[in-house]
Every structure is written in C-alpha cells, then in structure tokens.
Ligand binder design. Sequence first.
Ligand SMILES: [Ca+2]
Length: 261
Amino acid sequence: MKKVLSVILLLFLLSSHAYGETFQGGVSERGQSNSSRIIDKQTGEGIGGADINLPKQNYSTKTDGEGYFELDTTINGPSIMSVKKPNYKPFTMTIDEKSLNAPIVVGIEKSNASGMALDTNMYHLGDDSFSELSANAGEFSMQAIGPFYTKQFTLKSLNLAKPIYLVIGSIIGIDTAMARSMGQNKIPNAFASPPEVYFNGNKISELQLNGDGQRIKLPPSLIKKNQVNEITIKTGRNLMQTAYIDYDDIEFMNLIIENEN
Ligand SMILES: [Ca+2]
C-alpha cells in the first residue's frame, strides 16, 4: 500500500514542473496559452472573477472576464496558490519562483454531490523554528497553530458503499529523508519523521513527500456513519535534534472529503 502511494506521489511530482501545463486534479496537459489562466475543466472556457490567493505572500488577485490573471508578487521557495470560485471545487497547487517564468493554466471542476470541502484555510503546523534550507524556506506569514491540526465532521450525503478519501490539496515544508532524496529540501544533516494522518484515533497514513492532491483512503471499518468523525494531522519532528523537540514546520491547505463515483 505504501509503495503504491509513493509511486502515485512520484507521478504527481514528476508531472508538476513542465512549462505551460494545465493542472487538473493530478492529470496535466500542455496548455496553448501564453498567459496564466483559469479555465473550466469540462468546457475549456475561461472563468472570470475567480479568486487567486497566495496566503504565504498575503497576496490575492482575481481573473479578468476571460479567466486571465497575473501574479504580481515575489515568490521565494515553495508556496501554495489557491483558486476559489462559487460552484467550483476549491483548488490549490504548489508553485515556486520558477513557476513565474511560464504561464500557469489551471482547469477547475464544478463542485458536485460526491465530495465536500472540509476546510479551505491554510494552516502552519510546527513551532516556527526552521532551517533556511528546509523544504519550506520562504518566509511564513502565519504562525504555527502547534504540532497538530484536528477537524470533526459528519459524512451526510455521501455514498458509504463507495470508497471515501481525504484529499490534501497542497502540503509544503515536509523535511523527511525521502523529501530530501527527491531534492525537495537541501538540509544536509537533518531530517524529520513524516507527518502522520489519523482518522478517528487510528493512524491511516504517513506523508513522506510534499505535493498536491495527496489522496488517503478512509478505512471503511473506521467510518462512523451517523456520528461525528475526526481527522487529525500531526507534523513530524527533527530526528537529529535530541536536546529538545523540534517539530517539522509544514503548511497545508484545502482538505476535501471525496467519494468515488
Ligand atoms: Ca521546527
């Protein structure tokens, strides 16, 4: 299971850095356009008035009537960009300074009954102490809420006969040995344990890599049908620091519960 997940993550990472790509929930295509644009994934038409937000830079803009936009800000290191438009699924992707050299074309999808946005805010976990070489070396605009995040929810209107997934829109800052071996950070002598995801008190996943659209299946045996369910994300700790606890500083945005059709 872990191996399969890792391969999926690798595919995501490998597919996310070509020029002028269209990003659509993990499936990417080359775009034709020379300007950054938000389009409807089904129709290919530009979406006007979509909100583009870079929380770390405290920067936001809107698309014009044709869906075009410009990012008039400085980006230093991996940053999460979110796209919001009423009646569409909230979308995030990770960009960096290189992303500004080429147009970004994003296809977003109409929201439907087969999923729900759990939380579209951005969160910073950790202790606000991190290396300049970490995977999240850009300046943080927000303070850590501590080493873990937790959220309660019910699963009304979902088809429990089909698999249900937690999708993490974007996550940055993970400094595991695997993230280091993939070139996601440059810290030579330190690495952290992976962030852990818990569902109703049981660990269901470890997040070894940074990336967009990481999908974690909620084990059916743990799902509470007509009661409150709980997701917890716990950040890792620096395994080379034994004198005190140094939590890995990470940021994530956009938690979605998805139901397979
Ligand atoms: Ca830290």
